[in-house]
Design a protein around this ligand. Structure first.
Ligand code: GLN
Length: 486
């Protein structure tokens, strides 16, 4: 038997059901690893060992009673943006550093019902604003492949935890790339589903028309198993879609013969030739299985970063207005009056990136500028969405890199927000159009992992997972473990 911490969720499910290991034993293994690497990686904000072991014991009961659910007893981690009942939920912010959630997010509740054990809550950029995990109030996360580099963000804690095998899988959220970009930089597999596929109830809001929950794991098969348990209609989220959840695991093996892949011209213009070479090699693997590749163009895609950086701050400025120091969250000491209470609570509770977004958002929504910025951005957003729609008349999926570079050094981009924002140049389009997208490991550049991105039409999750799985049957990039964590 392979070492427990190196197993995929699918493999763990097998050994748990076979009775060769108990959930308590497994949970203990991961808790020990989390503790051992806590200081170097800073991937977790909180760990509830006692709670996890109690859940594991309950899962063992279910297993003994013959409960057939594939996830019963499998431990995972949650991004600290998901409310977990009775547990601290900070969203990476001082504003919520002492907030204990009174209820479970739908994602958490569904996974609990499926029998998963929650190991703890992973570190993240403050309110999910960032691409490097450096905006967290709880300090940066380090990339397990090179501790001097960032893990990506905002789900950097989840990505680092999976890469270092501190958890076999973890939840994440993706507003502009926050599942795919850290997945790419840490060499793990991540999926952002179609907008509306996974309930946002209990997932702390950043930009509500873009936010979508998903999962990071070792393999596409694991992502399929977890997504199936998380997804589905939820009457508590008005944007959740009333469509049945397909059995994503059942179609993983489907042959790729005849699959039409679009190579995104805009993604390859100016791309680092070494990354382009890795993309072409990956396409070769799919081509060998019968997929056909042709070039497609999305002319408005280069506008996605400026569009996103109007829409997302606008929505964040509205969503974050609720943190006023009155109802919950951080409150300043000894306020002089109500204005002082608001000003200092928000001034002290939020970090610089969050403040920058709130200011931009308030500006673009203000009476004199609404038409010039916000309305214009919404119009461009519609053009980007229709570009994708047109492309999907010609091809089944589009493929390109997830990020322009592998993991960059800590501190390299913190002084210049625009260079930081440009790291999401390839991921944001899918959010603006509400499309499902994945990132999977496809090789290394100077010993750092590189991600391949697949974007599909609305609700094509099964197809994306199928392509990723077939790719992973032929390659082993996703099974590589950083030195010191094997
Ligand atoms: N990096 C992007 C931002 O800072 C996306 C973040 C996300 O997807 N949550 O807004």
């Amino acid at each position: 038997m392979a070492e427990l911490h190196l197993m995929t969720v699918a493999e763990l499910s097998e050994v748990l059901h076979a009775g060769s290991v108990s959930s308590v034993e497994l949970t203990r293994t991961f808790l020990e690893r989390i503790e051992r690497h806590a200081r170097t990686l800073n991937a977790f904000i909180s760990v509830d060992g006692e709670g996890a072991l109690a859940q594991a014991a309950a899962a063992d009961e279910r297993l003994r009673a013959g409960d057939a659910g594939p996830l019963v007893g499998v431990p995972i981690a949650h991004k600290d943006i998901f409310c977990t009942r009775g547990q601290r939920t900070t969203c990476g912010s001082r504003m919520l550093a002492n907030f204990t959630a009174p209820y479970d997010a739908t994602v958490v509740e569904r996974l609990r019902r499926a029998g998963v054990v929650t190991l703890g809550k992973t570190n993240m950029d403050e309110f999910a604003m960032g691409s490097s995990n450096e905006t967290s109030f709880f300090g940066p996360v380090r990339n397990p492949w090179d501790a001097t580099r960032v893990p990506g963000g905002s789900s950097g804690g989840s990505a680092a935890a999976v890469a270092a095998r501190l958890a076999p899988a973890a939840t994440g959220t993706d507003t502009g790339g926050s599942i795919r970009q850290p997945a790419a930089l840490c060499g793990v597999t991540g999926i952002k589903p179609t907008y509306g596929r996974v309930s946002r109830y209990g997932m702390i809001a950043f930009a509500s028309s873009l936010d979508q929950g998903g999962v990071l794991g070792i393999s596409a098969e694991d992502a399929a198993l977890l997504l199936m348990a998380m997804a589905g209609f939820d009457e508590r989220d008005s944007t959740s879609v009333e469509l049945p959840v397909p059995d994503y695991a059942a179609t993983l093996e489907q042959p790729l013969k005849g699959l039409k892949i679009g190579l995104l011209r805009e993604f390859f213009a100016g791309l680092d030739p070494a990354i382009e070479q890795l993309m072409r090699t990956a396409l070769g693997v799919l081509h060998a299985q019968g997929a056909v590749v042709r070039e497609v163009s999305l002319p408005h895609l280069p506008l996605s970063v400026p569009t996103y950086y109007v829409v997302a701050p606008a929505e964040c400025s509205s969503n974050l207005a609720r943190y006023d120091g009155v109802r919950y969250g951080y409150r300043c000491e000894d306020p002089r009056d109500l204005t002082d209470l608001y000003q200092r609570s928000r001034g002290e509770g939020f970090g610089p990136e969050v403040k920058r977004r709130i200011m931009i958002g308030t500006y673009v929504l203000s009476a004199g500028y609404y038409d010039a910025y916000y309305l214009k951005a919404q119009q461009v957003r519609a053009l980007i969405a229709s570009d994708f729609e047109r492309a999907f008349h010609e091809v089944d999926v589009v493929i390109g890199p997830t990020t322009p570079t592998p993991a960059f050094a800590l501190g390299a981009k913190t002084e210049d927000p625009v260079t930081m924002y440009l790291n999401d140049i390839y991921t944001i389009g899918a959010n603006l159009a509400g499309l499902p997208a994945m990132s999977l490991p496809c090789g290394f550049l100077e010993e750092l992992p590189v991600g391949l991105q697949i974007i599909g039409p609305h609700f094509a999750e099964a197809r994306l997972l199928n392509i990723a799985h077939r790719y992973q049957c032929e390659t082993d990039w996703h099974l590589r473990v950083p030195q010191g964590f094997g």
